[in-house]
Ligand binder design. Structure first.
Ligand code: GDP
Ligand code: MG
Length: 175
Protein backbone atom coordinates (compact mmCIF):
# COMPACT_ATOMS: atom_id res chain seq x y z
CA UNK A 1 0.00 0.00 0.00
CA UNK A 2 2.68 2.50 1.04
CA UNK A 3 4.69 1.57 -2.06
CA UNK A 4 2.39 3.73 -4.08
CA UNK A 5 3.40 7.22 -3.02
CA UNK A 6 0.46 8.87 -4.74
CA UNK A 7 -2.06 6.61 -3.05
CA UNK A 8 -0.73 7.73 0.33
CA UNK A 9 -1.99 11.22 -0.21
CA UNK A 10 -5.49 10.26 -1.24
CA UNK A 11 -7.68 11.04 1.75
CA UNK A 12 -11.29 10.27 2.38
CA UNK A 13 -13.03 12.98 4.35
CA UNK A 14 -16.61 12.68 5.56
CA UNK A 15 -18.83 15.50 6.75
CA UNK A 16 -21.42 14.57 9.31
CA UNK A 17 -23.89 16.42 11.51
CA UNK A 18 -27.56 17.34 11.69
CA UNK A 19 -29.56 18.14 8.59
CA UNK A 20 -29.42 21.83 7.64
CA UNK A 21 -26.17 22.74 9.39
CA UNK A 22 -24.51 23.48 6.04
CA UNK A 23 -22.51 20.35 5.15
CA UNK A 24 -23.34 20.49 1.44
CA UNK A 25 -22.71 24.24 1.40
CA UNK A 26 -19.27 23.81 3.01
CA UNK A 27 -18.27 21.17 0.46
CA UNK A 28 -19.51 23.31 -2.44
CA UNK A 29 -17.70 26.37 -1.14
CA UNK A 30 -14.52 24.37 -0.80
CA UNK A 31 -14.66 22.41 -4.05
CA UNK A 32 -16.37 24.91 -6.37
CA UNK A 33 -16.21 28.21 -4.51
CA UNK A 34 -19.96 28.73 -4.78
CA UNK A 35 -22.78 29.29 -2.29
CA UNK A 36 -26.43 28.55 -2.83
CA UNK A 37 -28.94 30.26 -0.54
CA UNK A 38 -31.51 27.59 -1.46
CA UNK A 39 -29.32 24.57 -1.09
CA UNK A 40 -31.23 21.45 -2.06
CA UNK A 41 -31.55 18.58 0.36
CA UNK A 42 -28.90 15.96 -0.11
CA UNK A 43 -30.26 12.55 -0.98
CA UNK A 44 -28.05 9.71 0.15
CA UNK A 45 -24.41 10.62 -0.18
CA UNK A 46 -22.16 12.13 -2.81
CA UNK A 47 -18.54 13.13 -2.98
CA UNK A 48 -16.46 15.84 -4.58
CA UNK A 49 -12.72 15.70 -5.20
CA UNK A 50 -10.26 18.47 -4.76
CA UNK A 51 -6.51 18.82 -4.39
CA UNK A 52 -5.35 20.62 -1.28
CA UNK A 53 -1.71 21.70 -1.01
CA UNK A 54 -0.23 21.89 2.47
CA UNK A 55 3.50 22.48 3.06
CA UNK A 56 4.04 22.12 -0.68
CA UNK A 57 2.60 18.63 -0.58
CA UNK A 58 -0.56 17.77 -2.54
CA UNK A 59 -3.42 15.89 -0.89
CA UNK A 60 -6.10 14.39 -3.09
CA UNK A 61 -9.24 14.81 -1.08
CA UNK A 62 -12.41 12.88 -1.68
CA UNK A 63 -14.93 14.79 0.38
CA UNK A 64 -18.09 12.86 1.21
CA UNK A 65 -21.26 14.65 2.05
CA UNK A 66 -24.28 12.88 3.40
CA UNK A 67 -27.85 13.53 4.33
CA UNK A 68 -28.20 13.70 8.11
CA UNK A 69 -31.39 11.71 8.13
CA UNK A 70 -31.87 8.55 10.10
CA UNK A 71 -33.36 6.69 7.18
CA UNK A 72 -29.97 6.50 5.53
CA UNK A 73 -28.31 5.03 8.56
CA UNK A 74 -28.41 1.49 7.27
CA UNK A 75 -25.53 2.52 5.03
CA UNK A 76 -23.54 3.92 7.88
CA UNK A 77 -20.75 1.33 8.05
CA UNK A 78 -20.21 1.55 4.32
CA UNK A 79 -20.12 5.32 4.50
CA UNK A 80 -17.39 5.40 7.12
CA UNK A 81 -15.26 2.65 5.60
CA UNK A 82 -11.65 3.75 5.04
CA UNK A 83 -12.36 7.25 6.32
CA UNK A 84 -9.21 9.21 7.20
CA UNK A 85 -10.84 12.38 8.45
CA UNK A 86 -14.29 13.16 9.85
CA UNK A 87 -15.60 16.70 10.10
CA UNK A 88 -18.38 16.91 12.62
CA UNK A 89 -20.55 19.94 11.86
CA UNK A 90 -23.13 21.91 13.77
CA UNK A 91 -24.97 25.18 13.19
CA UNK A 92 -23.93 28.01 15.54
CA UNK A 93 -27.46 29.39 15.29
CA UNK A 94 -29.20 26.15 16.20
CA UNK A 95 -28.68 24.73 19.63
CA UNK A 96 -30.24 21.35 18.83
CA UNK A 97 -27.55 20.75 16.20
CA UNK A 98 -24.91 21.26 18.90
CA UNK A 99 -26.69 18.83 21.24
CA UNK A 100 -26.60 16.26 18.44
CA UNK A 101 -22.80 16.24 18.42
CA UNK A 102 -22.82 13.52 21.06
CA UNK A 103 -24.87 11.29 18.81
CA UNK A 104 -22.49 11.75 15.88
CA UNK A 105 -19.45 11.33 18.06
CA UNK A 106 -20.89 8.06 19.32
CA UNK A 107 -21.56 6.88 15.81
CA UNK A 108 -17.97 7.61 14.85
CA UNK A 109 -16.71 5.57 17.79
CA UNK A 110 -18.70 2.55 16.68
CA UNK A 111 -18.54 2.83 12.89
CA UNK A 112 -15.42 4.73 11.78
CA UNK A 113 -11.83 3.43 11.72
CA UNK A 114 -10.16 3.82 15.09
CA UNK A 115 -7.44 6.16 13.87
CA UNK A 116 -9.81 8.62 12.21
CA UNK A 117 -8.88 12.29 12.57
CA UNK A 118 -11.68 14.39 13.95
CA UNK A 119 -12.41 18.09 13.48
CA UNK A 120 -15.39 19.99 14.83
CA UNK A 121 -16.93 22.71 12.73
CA UNK A 122 -19.36 25.38 13.94
CA UNK A 123 -20.90 26.76 10.73
CA UNK A 124 -22.95 29.89 9.84
CA UNK A 125 -20.48 32.15 11.60
CA UNK A 126 -21.76 35.04 9.46
CA UNK A 127 -25.04 34.99 11.43
CA UNK A 128 -23.27 36.36 14.51
CA UNK A 129 -26.37 37.97 16.04
CA UNK A 130 -28.31 34.70 15.87
CA UNK A 131 -25.78 32.65 17.77
CA UNK A 132 -27.43 30.22 20.17
CA UNK A 133 -24.48 28.45 21.77
CA UNK A 134 -22.12 29.87 24.38
CA UNK A 135 -18.42 29.78 23.49
CA UNK A 136 -17.63 28.19 26.83
CA UNK A 137 -19.96 25.28 26.11
CA UNK A 138 -18.28 24.63 22.80
CA UNK A 139 -14.84 24.90 24.38
CA UNK A 140 -15.79 22.36 27.02
CA UNK A 141 -17.14 19.85 24.52
CA UNK A 142 -14.14 20.19 22.26
CA UNK A 143 -11.42 20.12 24.91
CA UNK A 144 -12.94 17.10 26.62
CA UNK A 145 -12.50 15.15 23.39
CA UNK A 146 -9.24 16.78 22.42
CA UNK A 147 -10.45 17.90 18.99
CA UNK A 148 -9.56 20.78 16.71
CA UNK A 149 -12.41 23.29 16.45
CA UNK A 150 -13.05 25.85 13.71
CA UNK A 151 -15.90 28.26 13.02
CA UNK A 152 -16.81 28.62 9.37
CA UNK A 153 -19.18 30.37 7.05
CA UNK A 154 -19.98 28.62 3.80
CA UNK A 155 -21.79 31.81 2.85
CA UNK A 156 -18.86 34.24 2.99
CA UNK A 157 -16.16 31.56 2.86
CA UNK A 158 -14.63 32.23 6.29
CA UNK A 159 -12.31 29.41 7.37
CA UNK A 160 -13.62 26.92 4.82
CA UNK A 161 -10.25 26.34 3.18
CA UNK A 162 -8.58 26.40 6.61
CA UNK A 163 -10.85 23.59 7.72
CA UNK A 164 -9.56 21.27 5.02
CA UNK A 165 -5.98 22.51 5.29
CA UNK A 166 -6.04 21.83 9.02
CA UNK A 167 -7.37 18.37 8.30
CA UNK A 168 -4.49 17.63 5.90
CA UNK A 169 -2.00 19.08 8.38
CA UNK A 170 -3.27 16.84 11.16
CA UNK A 171 -3.13 13.86 8.86
CA UNK A 172 0.47 14.56 7.86
CA UNK A 173 1.49 14.96 11.51
CA UNK A 174 -0.10 11.70 12.50
CA UNK A 175 0.93 9.45 9.59
P1 GDP B 1 -26.88 20.29 5.05
O1 GDP B 1 -28.24 19.71 5.22
O2 GDP B 1 -26.06 20.10 6.28
O3 GDP B 1 -26.18 19.80 3.81
O4 GDP B 1 -27.05 21.89 4.90
P2 GDP B 1 -27.11 22.75 3.56
O5 GDP B 1 -25.76 22.92 2.98
O6 GDP B 1 -28.16 22.17 2.68
O7 GDP B 1 -27.57 24.18 4.14
C1 GDP B 1 -28.82 24.36 4.78
C2 GDP B 1 -29.24 25.83 4.63
O8 GDP B 1 -28.34 26.66 5.33
C3 GDP B 1 -29.24 26.32 3.17
O9 GDP B 1 -30.32 27.20 2.99
C4 GDP B 1 -27.92 27.07 3.06
O10 GDP B 1 -27.98 28.09 2.09
C5 GDP B 1 -27.77 27.63 4.47
N1 GDP B 1 -26.35 27.80 4.87
C6 GDP B 1 -25.36 26.89 4.79
N2 GDP B 1 -24.21 27.37 5.25
C7 GDP B 1 -24.45 28.64 5.64
C8 GDP B 1 -23.64 29.69 6.21
O11 GDP B 1 -22.43 29.56 6.48
N3 GDP B 1 -24.28 30.88 6.49
C9 GDP B 1 -25.60 31.08 6.24
N4 GDP B 1 -26.12 32.27 6.53
N5 GDP B 1 -26.38 30.12 5.70
C10 GDP B 1 -25.82 28.93 5.41
MG1 MG C 1 -26.78 18.37 2.44
Amino acid sequence: ESENSKQENVLKIVLIGASGVGKTSIVERFAKNIFNEQQRKTIGSTFLSKVCVVDEKPYYLNVWDTAGEERFHSLVKLYYRDTNIAILCFDLTKETSFRELDHWYQELQTSAPRNVILLICGNKKDLEEQREIEDIEIEEWVSKRNCIYLETSAKDGTNVNSLFENACQLFSEKF
